[in-house]
Design a protein around this ligand. Sequence first.
Ligand code: SF4
Length: 248
Amino acid sequence: MEGYGNVSKGCTLCSRAEKIPVYTTFICNKKEKCIYCPVAIGLFGSDQVMVGSKRIHNSQELIKSLENAKGASITGGEPLAVPERTLDIIAKIKEVYGKDFHLHMYTNGLAFDETIATKFYKAGLDEIKLHTFDLEKFKLARKFDWDVSASLVCLPEQKEFLLAFIKQLEGLGVNSVTLSEAEVSKLNSQNLRNAPYETEGKSIKGSKQCCLDIIDYARKNNWDISINSCIIEEVMETAKQRVYAIEI
Ligand code: SF4
């Protein structure tokens, strides 16, 4: 993982395959699906819980599937499309595995408000990763004593915009940014079919370089915000290790 500054605990554990994704639903509340949405077409919109690639039917299965992990990433779909279920899952995991079991949650921020933030903070969420360009959501998240990070996908033509946006996040005291290479796979190729992108391997051409250029720029200019990349090859490698982690 390329990075500048202190990489968030969530990303550090994830890159070592010590975190497992917990999908609390595959419903998403966005009106228009993101073109790079990584959720499998067959799963998108379905309301079920999975840990890694395993369907979960009850809290015993949830807890058992996490027994080899040091943390979990709460994700979806959009976890805040089913806030009470997601809260219950977070509370259950913390009750069984304790406060040191690290939990970060991805959200597109649409349903993230003061009430929701307070509930999730009290449930013990350690880090909130906002996948949005709405600065007000970051301001709100910063009112609570947890790590606040941005989860942004690098579309190459957005490089200048992303640099300016990250500079604003730095000004708000946001802890870190994860820049993801935009993946092209059978899961989202339908979405990308009409978009003006060339592909290169499993990604949009220029996306990985865009991640690396932004990190390099931040490093050269001593920005006071940590930035790390999430590159597809590395993600696939850790996913393989994680499958093993779930099966043993
Ligand atoms: S917000 Fe997340 S789940 Fe919803 S469409 Fe975008 S990438 Fe997919």
